[in-house]
Design a protein around this ligand. Structure first.
Ligand SMILES: C[S@@+](CC[C@H](N)C(=O)[O-])C[C@H]1O[C@@H](n2cnc3c(N)ncnc32)[C@H](O)[C@@H]1O
Length: 286
């Protein structure tokens, strides 16, 4: 049989073959093919995410500086059970404990800070009161080289041997003295006053108050930053196990209707491996 006659032989059967193939697809679509296609797409997406995470990126990084973040999505994508897990799925902030940077914080909190700063302040400003040895300041600054990260601490607490500023500098050196970090050894009121009288238009996208936690300082620590926060902003507060902190945050939110608490978790005790002594996120315009 030559080439031409083979084609001629097949041709009459072709319509029937196409019809049968169509029928097969139609009858097996839901049972076999649809699950297969969904599974393949899911695996493809997971593979892309694994590559991005291996390269130090996170799924939310694609949001860049769009100032869009969704707390439920952040929690469900990054923890199996955020309430009990002692670290997120993405272990990038493990770099701090590997570098022996000790803080009054946890890897969950470090990741939270890093990811939220990346999402809403990747080219913006992060300011922190209560820098201590630098754990949380580094949590904001690492992997976020375009975020200006400002720390303020007067070393008035937990520093009987007067070594905390030296330890802070040593910890920053371990990471090559990140150029995006600025530090002021000052009382937070003085520091804020000094900074914003020099740079009157400076606005802070993410603010972390982790200074002294009496009711008065907690409330003052939030109020003092009000004129300097971006319209869309995030405030972190820790030590929410303490009634003085919870009450001050509640009163702050009550007196400023545009702010709301979007996340709060308390822990069994101070120093808990999941969320230390409790953590809260307050936002405006998200
Ligand atoms: C709980 S520690 C902060 C822990 C730190 N954020 C970390 O990641 O490990 C509280 C810090 O707030 C500082 N602090 C207390 N009162 C302050 C004030 N009035 N002005 C600036 N810093 C203050 C203390 O010196 C102390 O280092």
């Amino acid at each position: 049989m030559d080439h031409k006659s083979l084609k001629d032989t097949i041709r009459p059967y072709l319509p029937l073959a196409v019809i049968n193939f169509y029928r097969y697809l139609r009858d097996h679509y839901y049972k076999y093919i649809l699950p297969f296609v969904i599974r393949a797409l899911y695996e493809f997406r997971a593979a892309i995410n694994r590559i991005r995470e291996r390269n130090g990126h996170s799924k939310l990084q694609k949001l860049g500086n769009t100032k869009e973040f969704n707390i439920e999505k952040l929690l469900s994508e990054n923890w199996v059970d955020f309430k009990t897990d002692v670290h997120p799925k993405d272990r990038r902030m493990n770099i701090l404990s590997k570098g022996l940077v000790k803080g009054m914080s946890t890897e969950n909190i470090a990741f939270f800070i890093n990811e939220i700063v990346k999402t809403i302040a990747c080219k913006g400003v992060y300011l922190e009161v209560g820098t201590f040895n630098g754990y949380s300041l580094l949590s904001a600054a690492l992997y976020n080289p375009s975020t200006r990260c400002i720390g303020i601490d007067n070393f008035s607490q937990f520093d009987l041997e007067h070594k905390n500023e030296i330890l802070l500098c040593a910890n920053l050196r371990k990471f090559g003295n990140p150029k995006n970090i600025q530090f002021y050894n000052m009382d937070y009121r003085e520091g804020v006053n000094y900074l914003f009288s020099k740079e009157t238009n400076l606005k802070v996208d993410v603010y972390y108050y982790d200074g002294e936690h009496s009711y008065e300082n907690q409330l003052e620590g939030l109020r003092v930053m009000l004129p300097h926060l971006s319209e869309k902003c995030v405030i972190f507060v820790d030590d929410t196990n303490r009634e003085s902190v919870t009450k001050a945050n509640r009163d702050f939110v009550a007196e400023h209707a545009d702010f709301k608490t979007i996340f709060k978790i308390n822990t069994k005790r101070n120093g808990s491996p999941n969320w230390w002594n409790g953590f809260e996120i307050i936002t405006r315009a998200f």
